[in-house]
Ligand binder design. Sequence first.
Ligand code: SER
Length: 605
Amino acid sequence: MKVRMTGRELKARYIEFFVSKNHKEIGQASLIPEHDPSVLFTTAGMHPLVPYLLGEPHPQGRRLVNVQRCLRTDDIDEVGDEAHLTFFEMLGNWSLGDYFKEEAIQLSYEFLTEHLGIEPERLWITVFAGDDDAPRDDVAANIWKSLGISDQRIHYLSKKENWWGPAGQTGPCGPDTEMFYDVGKPPCGPDCRPACPCQKFVEIWNDVFMEYNKTADGCYLPLRQKNVDTGLGVERVAAVLQERPTVFETELFAPIVSAIKELSTNPLERSIRIIADHLRASTFLLAEKLPPSNVERGYVLRRLIRRAIRHGRSIGIEEDFTAPIAAVVVAEYAEDYPHLAENRDFILAEIQKEERRFKETLQKGMREFERELQNYSPRQGQVVFPGERAFYFYETFGFPVELTEEMLRERLPGAAIDRQAFEKAYERHRQMSRAGAEQKFRGGLADATEKTTRLHTATHLLHQALRTVLSQHVEQRGSNITPDRLRFDFSHPAKMTADEIARVERIVNETITEALPIEVTITTLDEAKRQGAIALFADKYGDNVKVYAIGDFSKEVCGGPHVSNTSKLGRFKIIKEEACSAGVRRIRAVLEEMDETDQTRPETQ
Ligand code: SER
């Protein structure tokens, strides 16, 4: 019979058991690894032990045990199901060159069955299947069999499932054997087995046999000493012992979940779980004095908070809620983690600041995103959302790319963001910001000869004509002008038809024959936008901007220069329309001299 116990009781029971087996309890490390720039967070209890796993003697001896707070982002998309979390508490016991497979497995089995009362027939086991780097782990399988686990409950899986480490690029690692608890629901199909995503089998404990050191060139060399590194998830085991279908129903989460539910008018289960997990994780990160930012660890924190806020909206939470929920987390965990209470003010102030910051743009960004999505339809096959647009949402509204992708997938299952293009846009932006003040006012047209000036004006006409013909979603993605031609990249999901191309050409040429004047005014960027001027790359401009208006036809923020009247342009002709990158088209166009008989032949400049 399972022994019902709280998470706290479980932690105490575990430490007690391993201490009784001659292990020494060691303290917890920070969530932010010290002296280890190769990883962002402490993802497992073994992390701070790397030097000792490599052979350095540990001051506390060869048998160690502890509880370690951990944070992992690789399962972030799974958060919202029954058992996956970003932040969690891990119980771990280690042998540094002391016992190996036999004793490790026996200790795990004894603790699970005799101290937690887990029914042996509900335990399923996986072991490493073997590959070129290491043999199949028959030794571990045989130990399990000797303990009474039947053949059919032992599965042999590949490195992807049954190998752990190294935590960074290099370091100690090895095959593992994992223990799964069968929650008792029916199998999802004939191949349902441990590690199946249906979660019939919940992974509760992992015994890693660290006997290799992975080197920078990808070799697995035998370690000087054979170690055992194990990890047992407190939340998952508590759910099993309390017979709760999910970790969110254990006492570890219940107060957090009910505080969220109280604020919600539309309590969607998945969103509530995501908020509970992400705000618990954020509270623990903030407790390490880490503020949200746009880089590395701070950015992971920002993503967690912003995703929670976005889900808060979808369950109808109107008021600021991150600080009150963080306060619940602090209250619940302060006894075990006094640093939460010590840093309470910082935690609440920072999370509140971040919520305010994000809320300023969230609604507007979501509205614009909804509008944008109307341009995409699953009928076009798998939708690839342009990375440049994802970057736009990042830059303008502070939407982390993962958040934009999640919103996209909620509407168009299977859709994806062109991540490469996003990275490129990001990089371009970085370089642009670095380029310094002298670049800022150049406005993209360094070579202002007569010919390029004309083509520049034609580019504005083309941009507006594309919006007229294809719709307002068209936005400039790039522009390149030589004395001979213009090249214009713009967002549009499909190849233009011959008719669309002809209509664009006709509109541009009509504005040329109408001899529209071009006027420039200087104003603030906000005022320009208010007037409806197209304003791209807003950060490229200074406080005051130039707005070029071509009659009533086009208005665009731009550094110039331009001709004074469209009549100076000649005949506009598109010579090529082609794909540039996912969701981005490229047009090349020229201005031809008008023939002698043409009434509107431009005067020479
Ligand atoms: N390091 C292993 C894991 O994280 C065992 O703790 O699963």
